[in-house]
Design a protein around this ligand. Structure first.
Ligand code: PMP
Length: 357
């Protein structure tokens, strides 16, 4: 029996992705080869790659003048590649939790970093307001904070190139891509399996590379744009999984439909957290992510953490343990998470409450 999966990434994927990747592992099309055996330079795989790129451009409405890349190295590699390529003197970052902190750490190796806003003093429980300076090489934000469960739902207007880590909310709402010089993230939440990273980069922005810096070939964006992600062997099966997931997003009604469902799921769970006498939300209203919903036990019930996780398992609910840095629980409700999954969680929370109140 398939579980109700609330993992933070890797996470639940659409059934059609699982079915079609499985088939392609045994035989990819009519090639007589597995997707794991076929050459990345073959016409058959090139068609997969091109379809993944075309679907991404269509689903996210990516304008002309942007390149889409599917690379290895995870979003974490982007944390270092961005400043390596584009930080000449100073960059601005918003610090909204673990992942922006990691991005900031890398940037500091290449130049000055101005932290224009941070919610650290408040345990990262809200998304801070920020003003973008005009004297920096670029501005970096993390639109959704996977661990802390905060998110912004708009695309800021920026006087300097705007770069966004959208690892955990890509394709969960329409995005005005034209506002950004670059959007990137790990694919392992809303786009497919772990092991592949997406990069959407404005072609003009490539000219902003730090001219007098020695940048290794593999770490230059231009290398990957020029070679259409094939400078080295790309993660083929993962790209196939991304293509399948994007096909599903499109068939479901695109990012507008994803947003509607995301709001429905998050509202349902947050309503229960507000109502519950045993569980409580962590994140302040207005900043609450639709993708990652951390929650804690209310005062007097704190000792029940393990008991709830064990109880949840008996209800086929998995992946609810909170991140080690926050504790408590976290439900990740990405695109493939269904309303039924959230209903099952809410029902379990209510049954647990009835047993303990
Ligand atoms: N940014 C965000 C917002 C993330 O959630 C994660 C991973 N969960 C990362 C970056 C790091 O991604 P990766 O593991 O692909 O390096």
């Amino acid at each position: 029996m398939r579980k109700h999966i609330f993992n933070a990434g890797p996470c639940k994927l659409p059934d059609s992705t699982l079915e079609n990747v499985s088939k392609a592992v045994l035989e990819f099309g009519n090639t007589g080869q597995s997707i794991m055996e076929v050459s990345h330079r073959s016409a058959d795989f090139q068609a997969v790659y091109e379809e993944a790129v075309a679907l991404f451009k269509e689903v996210l409405n990516i304008p002309e003048g942007y390149s889409v890349l599917f690379l290895g190295g995870g979003a974490s590699m982007q944390f270092c590649m961005i400043p390596f390529n584009f930080l000449k003197t100073k960059a601005a970052y918003v610090n909204t939790g673990t992942w922006s902190t990691a991005a900031i750490k890398e940037a500091k190796m290449w130049g000055e970093v101005e932290i224009v806003a941070s919610s650290e003093a408040d345990g990262f429980t809200y998304y801070p307001e920020f003003t973008i300076p005009s004297d920096v090489d670029y501005m970096h934000i993390t639109s959704n904070n996977t661990i802390r469960g905060t998110e912004i739902f708009y695309d800021p207007t920026s006087p300097v190139p705007l770069i966004c880590d959208m690892s955990s909310d890509i394709c969960s709402r329409p995005v005005d891509v034209s506002k950004y010089a670059m959007i990137y993230g790990g694919c392992q939440k809303n786009l497919g399996p772990a092991g592949v990273t997406f990069v959407i980069i404005k072609d003009d922005f490539l000219n902003n590379v730090v001219a007098d810096r020695m940048i290794p070939t593999m770490l230059r964006y231009k290398t990957h744009v020029d070679k259409e992600s094939m400078y080295n062997t790309p993660p083929c099966i993962n790209i196939f999984g991304v293509k399948e997931t994007l096909k599903w997003v499109k068939a479901m009604g695109g990012v507008e439909a994803m947003e509607k469902l995301a709001i429905e799921r998050a509202d349902m769970l947050y309503a229960e957290l507000e109502r519950s006498k045993v569980f409580r939300p962590v994140v302040k209203e207005g900043s609450r992510s639709r993708m990652n919903i951390p929650f804690l036990l209310r005062e007097g019930y704190e000792s029940l953490e393990k008991e709830f996780l064990d109880f949840a398992k008996t209800k086929n609910l998995v992946g609810l343990k909170g991140h080690r840095s926050v504790g408590g629980f976290r439900a990740s409700t990405y695109n493939a998470c269904t309303i039924e999954d959230v209903k099952a969680l809410v029902a379990a929370m209510q049954e647990f409450e009835a047993k303990h109140i």
